[in-house]
Design a protein around this ligand. Structure first.
Ligand code: SF4
Ligand code: MG
Length: 333
């Protein structure tokens, strides 16, 4: 299948007058057309920074290096004027808290119309009918009424649907959703995930879903990247990753997922904390928290090891020289 996006050796550094910190390091991945890719990891692991780099929305202290190739075009090489044309039309993004992205003083109808007029080549007269279509597409009833309402009159779930309608307004080929359901109640979460999945298949979009929750990935995604301390540490098809994780960090994430905690008295927690950017340990960044760590782990950073089709793990346990029999204590979600 063709790739829509290819990220090569992505490194993101933030600097101020005092210091420089690398938040994302040597990230490589691709997304195929129509594929749903999950990016999972604890907060602070670099997931959101990676997506903001793709959108070219890092703040002015952030510098992205490497290549971010969307439809054959390296986004790190084009000027802001052209990037503005790509945002919305080729790649769009939704965030965790829709309230921060919606304008509180404009009606819903006006906000969605603006997107269509500015980026979608739709004139003001045509806009209303198109907005009503979009509202229907994202499962919002009473579109005629909602059109004239303000964001604060809507529930969190409805506001997220509005954000999704604005994101898909110009038919992007790739939608990036950063923790789209984290701020919502569980039942509403499930509805929003179902909507994203449906839109993805109806519109033939590719989807990047960023979350700290492997259960969310299991619902929606085909393939998953696991990130830890600014690096990708494992990648596989979702089923493979959940049933046969190889990296000890992935195993810990699965064990600590609340979806599998039924009947277990205490939820497992990976010992220790994610190191702060700029304080990454030498060698494997997970070594201080890893129960399988060997001498080599705190000396040299492991390479990616090919485990099976599409399955790679950045861990010394699987390199020929250092492998040993490991029985991972995990259970699928
Ligand atoms: Fe653990 Fe070593 Fe593998 Fe890192 S490389 S995850 S420390 S076994
Ligand atoms: Mg985040």
């Amino acid at each position: 299948m063709d790739n829509i996006l290819k990220v090569e050796d992505l490194k993101v550094t933030f600097s101020n007058t005092k210091n420089q910190v690398t938040v994302v390091d040597n990230i490589n991945f691709h997304i195929e057309k129509g594929e749903a890719l999950g990016i999972v990891g604890e907060s602070g692991c670099g997931k959101s920074v990676t997506s903001l780099a793709i959108m070219r929305l890092l703040n002015k202290n952030g510098l992205a290096e490497g290549k971010i190739v969307l439809n054959g075009q390296d986004l790190l090489q084009i000027d802001e004027k052209n990037m503005r044309k790509i945002r919305g039309n080729q790649v769009a993004m939704i965030f965790q808290e829709p309230m921060t992205s919606l304008n509180p003083v404009l009606t819903i109808g006006k906000q969605i119309s603006e997107v269509l007029v500015l980026h979608g080549g739709v004139n003001k007269r045509e806009a209303k009918a198109k907005v009503l279509d979009l509202l229907k597409q994202v499962g919002i009833p009473r579109g005629e009424e909602i059109f004239y309402e303000y964001p604060h009159q809507l529930s969190g779930g409805m506001r997220q649907r509005i954000m999704i309608s604005m994101a898909i307004a110009c038919n992007p080929e790739l939608l990036i959703a950063d923790e789209p359901t984290t701020a919502l109640d569980v039942t509403i979460q499930a509805q929003i995930l179902k909507l994203l999945k449906k839109l993805q298949s109806d519109l033939g979009m590719s989807l990047v879903l960023i979350t700290h929750d492997l259960g969310v990935i299991a619902e929606v995604c085909d393939r998953v990247l696991v990130m830890y301390a600014g690096e990708v540490i494992e990648t596989a098809d979702v089923r493979t990753l959940l049933r046969n994780p190889k990296h000890p960090y992935t195993t810990g994430l699965i064990k600590s997922n609340p979806h599998k905690s039924k009947g277990i008295d205490r939820l497992y927690a990976i010992p220790g904390n994610v190191p702060a950017p700029g304080e990454h340990p030498v060698g494997c960044r997970f070594a201080p928290r890893c129960e399988h760590a060997m001498a080599i782990c705190s000396e040299n950073s492991p390479e990616f090891v090919h485990i099976a089709d599409n399955h790679y793990s950045k861990c010394w346990l699987y390199s020929d020289e250092h492998s040993k029999e490991v029985s991972h204590d995990y259970a699928p979600i």
